[in-house]
Design a protein around this ligand. Structure first.
Ligand code: AR6
Length: 173
């Protein structure tokens, strides 16, 4: 698996799957979730509503998959990151689960290329440095990583981009 760092907007990535930072309702919201639903159109929401009807939303740390509607990607994997509380509420493990469960779903759906946003580091206020460490560690140690060709970390904000640049440099040196 090749890891690539991108500064930009995940809704514009030509990959098989983009990973959304959703909430437990799966009905959309602000941040990247808002951007994905706005640009992807209502088929994404309709599939989220069908999942809600079947299993009642998505728990923190878990992931579900839908079409990507009008986005260039084929699928959206919606995962729900933990809201940062005090760091002692299992936030780190829950964030790790987001990455692993999203990658598991990707492999199950034969996804070859995937883009991740920086889950939980916006509205949910997870500290960015710690979140990046968890994200990189989770993907590098993902057991089935050979089944995915390309993984992009798509950073929208400058601070996340800088943090990921530093950490990925360490990894490659
Ligand atoms: N492309 C890539 N990354 C983006 C984009 C984009 N278009 N827009 C924002 N980001 P957030 P959370 C980055 O707040 O913290 C929603 O209301 C942003 O810079 O989108 O997990 C949901 O419905 C940040 O680094 O998600 C939930 O209620 C990262 O995406 C709640 O927010 C995550 O920020 C989830 O909060």
């Amino acid at each position: 698996m090749r890891i690539e760092l991108i500064k930009g907007d995940i809704t514009e990535q030509w990959v098989d799957a983009v990973v959304n930072a959703a909430n437990t309702t799966l009905l959309g919201g602000g941040g990247v979730d808002g951007a994905i639903h706005r640009k992807g159109g209502r088929r994404i929401l309709e599939e989220c509503q069908a999942i809600r009807a079947k299993q009642g939303g998505c728990k923190v740390g878990e992931a579900v998959i839908t079409t990507a509607g009008k986005l260039p990607a084929k699928f959206v994997i919606h995962t729900v990151g933990p809201r940062w509380n005090d760091g002692k509420s299992n936030e780190a493990n829950l964030l790790k689960n987001c990455y692993i469960n999203s990658l598991d779903l990707a492999v199950e759906n034969n996804v070859d290329t995937i883009a991740f946003t920086n889950i939980s580091t916006g509205i949910y206020r997870f500290p960015k440095n710690a979140a990046a460490e968890i994200a990189i560690d989770s993907v590098v140690n993902f057991p089935d990583k050979d089944k995915i060709n390309l993984l992009q970390f798509v950073c929208f904000d400058e601070e996340n981009y800088r943090i990921y640049s530093d950490k990925l440099k360490d990894l490659n040196s």
